[in-house]
Design a protein around this ligand. Structure first.
Ligand code: AMP
Ligand code: MG
Length: 519
């Protein structure tokens, strides 16, 4: 049974929806209510996100919130719908995907901050469910909550997690699992695949309408351009280049970079089989369904371009009336991706390594030297199974003074870092070159270390920790492991007392080699 009434209490503080997606018209979605669940319980509510959205924590972090975030009660002003989209999945085009287990409740305006869309995921079947049950198992929902919120704290653009509920029902996967629903917040749930949906139907008017909508909501600065659609494509390309560079700098593997999982707003979206790597391996793949490594760590930048090329193709009719000109324009815009990605990557990596003198102030060949030095670090990390996060964590704490190899081996500071390498001498050789380069820096050790520590996290949501949180929750109804891990990840750049276990890579028997979509 679905309730639509409001209690006196929440009449004072309702969610002030101002729904715009619904104004696009009925080819863009199917109005669908969530399917009620047996026994909803609120596991986690994101107080600080709620506050930043102007929502009442008192009203929503409550039994009433459990009703709303399970889909049992539709809050006043919500207009629930399932969005239509298509998408290239592992390279093959599917003209009709759509929200098969997600429902957009509506959008809210936040003064000076724009508009945010609120979506339930795991809330029951829709017309797009195909053979799926429209539900989500609790495990993947907890994973999404942990990783998306960690990403936000790591300053990576992402959809956010507002709430998690358990449903009191089971979902049938390889075995029966407890069900969960996550409430996500995004600046847009429109994907590259949303544009492809209309392209596959030859509906150029709808593509234009959608592009106008995205320009107004997410890229208002492009409105004034001579051709706003060219400017839009350029801006989307730029955001994706910046986003994927950030993933790469943290060792994050999205796992399923299908075009339906690429947000038009440049936020990380759809945390299915994603994972952070422990020891560095550029060919690392976790997703159980990625059999050919299409979405391996090192392929992510080029897959980003592949997906953006699919977007450019569907936007062609808006780029110019003349198809040949449109193709040329699209190609010119797409060309900016590689340079932008490289710039973001190198700029970020230089800060991670403490090479802070501004590139413009350095000669071109110096920048090249920095790039080579950074590449060399990655090469020795790969050859020596060094942990990605810990390498940069320890590097951020090393003094700059040039020391001899013998002194480096004896130094306490260096030993933590060099011991991450199977053959520590390879690190010793590299660190001598690094210190030579640091001698050109103007900052003293302290200034440099502060800047490095501000971008090199102490804690990332390590796969084995997520797995432990999920096991405790699913197998023993114990959410304390989830809550602890979440708490630590709230401050990823600050070493916290008594939390060293969250820094450690997995023991051999804890290694998680595969992740699952949880569909
Ligand atoms: P994903 O790989 O999770 O991005 O999902 C790809 C497509 O499958 C989307 O259209 C989803 O809505 C749909 N889907 C995934 N899981 C389910 C499910 N349990 N029930 C219905 N549809 C689903
Ligand atoms: Mg998806």
């Amino acid at each position: 049974m679905i309730y639509t009434g409001l209690t006196t209490e929440n009449k004072l503080n309702p969610i002030l929806f101002n729904n715009r997606y619904v104004t696009l018209g009925k080819t863009f979605f199917v109005k669908t209510s969530p399917s009620p669940v047996a026994n909803p319980a609120l596991i986690k509510f994101n107080d600080s996100l709620a506050e930043s959205l102007g929502l009442s924590v008192a009203n929503l972090n409550s039994a009433e919130g459990a009703e709303i975030f399970s889909g049992n009660r539709i809050p006043e002003g919500a207009e629930p719908l399932a969005m239509a989209y298509a998408g290239h999945q592992f390279g093959g085009f599917n003209p009709q995907l759509g929200d098969g287990r997600a429902i957009l409740l509506g959008e809210i305006d936040v003064s000076n901050d724009g508009s945010f869309a609120m979506q339930l995921k795991g809330s029951g079947r829709t017309v797009y469910s195909r053979d799926g049950d429209g539900r989500a198992a609790l495990g993947p929902v907890l994973r999404e909550y942990l990783v998306s919120e960690a990403m936000a704290k790591l300053r990576v653009p992402t959809t956010r997690a507002l709430a998690v509920v358990t449903t009191g029902e089971q979902v049938a996967r390889e075995r029966l699992l407890p069900g969960g629903i996550i409430t996500r917040i995004a600046t847009s749930f429109i994907r590259v695949g949303t544009f492809q949906y209309f392209s596959a139907r030859g509906d150029v008017a709808a593509i234009q309408k959608l592009a106008d909508f995205v320009i107004e909501r997410n890229y208002p600065q492009t409105h004034e351009a001579e051709n706003p659609y060219v400017a839009l494509l350029k801006a989307v390309v730029e955001r994706q280049a910046a986003l994927i560079a950030q993933w790469m700098q943290l060792g994050f593997i999205h796992g399923v970079m299908n075009t339906d999982n690429m947000s038009i707003a440049g936020e990380t979206i759809d945390y299915g089989p994603c994972a952070f790597m422990d020891d560095y391996d550029q060919s690392r793949v976790f997703s159980s369904i990625d059999r050919h490594g299409r979405y391996a760590y090192s392929n992510q930048p080029s897959i980003g371009l592949w997906n953006l090329t699919r977007l450019a193709e569907v936007l062609l009719p808006l780029l110019s009336e003349d198809t040949e000109v449109a193709v040329e324009v699209a190609q010119d815009v797409l060309k900016t991706y590689v340079e932008s990605y490289q710039n973001h990557w190198l700029t970020g990596m230089r800060v991670k390594c403490g090479l802070l003198s501004h590139p413009d102030k350095l000669k071109q060949d110096k920048t090249k030297q920095d790039e080579a030095l950074i590449e060399e670090l990655f090469n020795i990390m790969a050859a020596n199974n060094a942990d990605f996060t810990l390498t940069f964590f320890h590097l951020s704490r090393l003094p700059a003074q040039t020391v001899t190899q013998a002194a480096a081996q004896a130094s306490d500071h260096d030993s933590d870092c060099r011991n991450l390498f199977d053959n520590p001498e390879q690190f010793d050789n590299w660190v001598i070159k690094w210190r030579k380069r640091l001698a050109e820096e103007r900052q003293n050790d302290e200034e440099r270390q502060i800047k490095m520590q501000a971008v090199n996290p102490v804690y990332i949501p390590r796969n084995h920790q997520i797995e432990a949180a999920i096991r405790a929750a699913e197998d023993h109804n114990d959410f304390s492991v989830f809550h602890d891990l979440h708490e630590v990840l709230q401050n990823p750049y600050v070493q916290q007392q008594g939390k060293d276990r969250y820094m450690r890579p997995p023991e051999p028997d804890e290694v998680v080699t595969q992740t699952f979509c949880g569909t």
